[in-house]
Design a protein around this ligand. Structure first.
Ligand SMILES: N[C@@H](CCC(=O)N[C@@H](CS)C(=O)NCC(=O)O)C(=O)O
Length: 204
């Protein structure tokens, strides 16, 4: 029986989409991307809303399984196809990962991701507030990454995949990574993982 390919509804310059592509690639999974025309509002049309009522990319479709939301996709892929430590099963190990997924959906999304959206797309928002959230999160990450190589422990997990994309692209929102040497070393460690794929840049 031939297996239906995994499909990813995607927008290339979205960090949320990149984290899903990164996880698929790290797991060595074949998939096809279906670009969603965000500028034309395709994500708010009835056909797309059937996949994700929030009207946002990414959405992963794997046979019968329809999985909207980037962090939900990471959890699904880790449990369905992952091996080893991508999402530990012991209560404390899983909680340590979940803590960072919350940071990705909170201060990362409303910090570095928003700052980038403002500088890149001119989206009207409180840039200084977004920048201060971004720097506060980077400071926490830097202090914790001084103590261990990856966010949730000694091995890479979906916590690292979730935080990577918008952290790597923070300079596009004019958030310098220079003051955070441990974050920069961690970015390099993620980039050295087998199967790593980069997120496209919006500007040089
Ligand atoms: N919590 C969602 C956020 C996804 C998100 O913000 N997607 C953006 C692109 S980065 C989007 O689809 N924006 C279009 C819109 O909201 O209309 C996730 O983690 O997947």
């Amino acid at each position: 029986m031939t297996r239906t390919a995994i499909q990813l509804y995607d927008f290339p310059l979205s960090g949320h989409s990149h984290r899903a592509r990164l996880m698929l690639s790290l797991l060595g999974l074949e998939y096809e991307t279906i670009p969603v025309k965000l500028a034309e509002g395709e994500q708010k049309q009835p056909a797309f809303l059937k996949l994700n009522r929030f009207g946002q990319v990414p959405v992963l479709v794997d046979g019968e399984a329809v999985v909207p939301d980037s962090n939900a996709i990471l959890v699904y892929l880790a449990r369905r196809y992952g091996h080893g430590d991508w999402l530990p099963e012991d209560p404390l190990g899983e909680a340590r990962v979940q803590r960072w997924l919350s940071a990705a959906a909170g201060p990362l999304a409303f910090g570095a991701a928003q700052a980038r959206l403002h500088k890149w797309r001119g989206v009207p928002l409180d840039y200084e507030l977004a920048a201060s959230r971004a720097r506060a999160l980077l400071q926490v990450m830097d202090e914790e990454l001084a103590e261990r190589p990856f966010l949730a422990g000694d091995a890479a997990t979906i916590a690292d995949v979730s935080l990577y994309s918008y952290t790597a692209r923070a300079p596009e929102g004019e958030i310098s990574l220079q003051p955070y040497p441990h974050v920069r070393a961690w970015l390099a460690r993620v980039e050295a993982l087998p199967g790593f794929v980069a997120m496209p840049a919006v500007k040089n």
